[in-house]
Design a protein around this ligand. Structure first.
Ligand code: NAG
Ligand code: NAG
Ligand code: NAG
Ligand code: NAG
Ligand code: NAG
Ligand code: NAG
Ligand code: NAG
Length: 449
């Protein structure tokens, strides 16, 4: 590149991140840059990299979270050819593993119920946004498989029930029961109920909700009357010793789950629960009306995982706004808009000019960077579109096929071939991505002059 182009590109990058939250085109334009910043961490397009994974230190669940956001980006912003669709579809299917159960053997040293659950949210996003299905394994059926696996892992031996954090006995955390694992299970059940209308999912969601209160993971704090969702507790003390930290993604998955249940049942009790979680979110996760991961961010103490949490809160706020029309304006205009604009203006850093920061109150890029920062920004920015579009169900255009007993007979699915990506497709995809990026920049320069 000619050296004298740099100042123009730098200027361009800053300019490009100015978000007009009410303009569809502006949201997609900014989103495209933020997605490019995510792709810079993606392994699946480079030689020897694993399809569906991101470079270290990013774990398997981070990928599941990113892909859930990419489904929305694909659906609404329609990146203008099939390259992106293929990259995303390959990634999500490859990580299903050889039994199509999202228990890929490479992850058995670390995979917990929450990790699998967050992949489940991406699969539901795919079903509800009409993302092109695999001919034998619909997105919906893959989510149903995760659901059925979770049903079979429900553990009554301690704490009166619930899912454990870890799936495998050899992983530390097996003795911990936690809100995010059970929250993902609740959320998946709620969405499956709305999509399929099958009462079993509703009954399961109610059971999980009641368990959360019974075990004390949800409660009103005595002094203040605040509604709180705790992180979890050790089951060796029968879950009596609560870990008190509050994390935004836990509020997010429960918020969304309640909204799906209100939308599909019309039962006011779920709307009251949505209200309560929203108020608790407003009270805790904001600074100057802008979202922040309050438990760690003010002290610069968020670890790699915690830097991804806000995305799942804002994705769920977006869904809630469309599922409960009476709450739409408050969620979109009072709770999300300022953060979306602030997140966008933070995405002007790094050597690629599309790196997003962590503190959106900061004027410009705060010097923090990572796949988590990109992901939080992307999903928050996309809510300016997602709040306007209700997710499909089987009755309103969703085509993803239901397989209620998916995952229940894993011995029969062992014979299925591992989904494999041909090397030539991968090489082709890498070239196309480079071309797409090239076009973005030159297109921008063209507009500049
Ligand atoms: C995607 O767009 C690029 C750049 O315009 C083009 O070279 C490529 O052929 C397109 N691919 C498809 C599948 O349309
Ligand atoms: C498991 O790891 C191997 C070696 O890194 C890789 O080739 C393969 O694609 C991985 N499988 C999945 C499902 O990630
Ligand atoms: C464990 O806690 C549950 C409530 O979470 C309670 O119902 C049960 O009786 C307790 N079990 C023991 C052995 O204390
Ligand atoms: C469910 O969502 C749709 C789309 O926003 C809305 O028309 C419908 O009224 C909602 N149902 C309830 C019970 O709020
Ligand atoms: C709120 O944001 C301001 C401005 O960035 C910052 O100085 C302050 O530490 C933040 N406070 C909390 C609690 O996050
Ligand atoms: C879903 O996608 C298919 C193509 O895969 C298309 O034919 C159909 O019209 C889409 N449905 C909706 C509701 O957009
Ligand atoms: C699948 O398995 C779960 C857990 O074992 C069970 O509760 C459920 O009824 C089964 N579903 C079907 C459709 O067979």
């Amino acid at each position: 590149m000619k050296w004298w182009l740099f100042p123009f590109l730098l200027f361009l990058a800053v300019w490009a991140m100015e978000l007009d939250p009410d303009s569809f085109d502006s949201v997609c334009e900014v989103a495209q840059n933020v997605v490019q910043g995510q792709i810079n961490y993606y392994e699946g397009l480079s030689y020897g990299g694993t399809v569906g994974e991101f470079v270290a230190p990013y774990y398997w669940w981070h990928a599941g979270e990113v892909f859930g956001g990419w489904v929305d980006y694909w659906h609404f912003c329609k990146p203008d050819n099939e390259t992106f669709e293929k990259i995303l579809s390959d990634a999500m299917l490859h990580q299903a593993g050889s039994k199509w159960d999202y228990m890929p053997s490479n992850q058995s040293m670390t995979e917990g119920n929450d990790d699998q659950g967050i992949w489940g949210l991406a699969l539901l996003q795919a079903a509800e946004r009409n993302f092109t299905d695999h001919e034998d394994h619909s997105w919906l059926s893959l989510a149903q498989s995760i659901y059925n696996q979770m049903v079979s892992r429900w553990d009554d031996s301690t704490c009166n029930g619930g899912l454990r954090w870890q799936i495998f006995t050899w992983n530390s955390g097996y003795n911990y029961k936690n809100s995010i694992s059970n929250g993902c299970f609740f959320h998946i059940a709620a969405r499956l109920y709305r999509y399929t209308d099958d009462e079993r999912y509703l009954e399961q969601a109610e059971k999980i909700w009641d368990w959360m209160w019974g075990v004390g993971f949800m409660k009103y704090k005595q002094e203040s009357g605040d509604f709180i969702i705790y992180d979890g507790a050790d089951d060796q003390t029968n879950c009596t010793d609560l870990t008190v930290h509050r994390w935004s993604y836990i509020y997010g998955v429960f918020l969304g789950g309640c909204a799906y249940l209100y939308n599909s049942t019309g039962d006011d009790v779920w709307k009251e629960r949505v209200d309560e979680i929203l108020v608790a979110t407003e009270d805790y996760f904001y600074n100057n009306s802008i979202l922040t991961e309050k438990t760690c961010a003010p002290w610069g103490m968020c670890n790699t995982d915690q830097r991804f949490f806000l995305a799942l809160l804002t994705r769920n706020m977006g869904l809630t706004a469309t599922l409960i029309p009476s709450m739409h304006d408050h969620i979109r205009d009072d709770m999300l808009k300022k953060s979306a604009v602030a997140a966008a203006q933070s995405c002007s850093g790094g050597s690629d000019g599309v790196t997003c920061g962590q503190n959106w109150n900061y004027n410009g890029w705060d010097g923090k960077y990572g796949l988590g920062e990109q992901t939080n920004a992307l999903e928050t920015i996309l809510t300016m579109i997602t709040t306007e579009h209700v997710p499909y169900t089987a009755d309103t255009g969703g085509l993803s096929k239901s397989v209620p007993d998916a995952g229940n007979h894993s011995t029969t699915s062992v014979n299925n071939n591992v989904f494999d990506v041909e090397t030539k497709d991968r090489a082709g995809a890498a070239v196309l991505t480079a071309v797409v990026l090239g076009l973005t920049l030159s297109g921008g320069v063209w507009m500049l002059f």
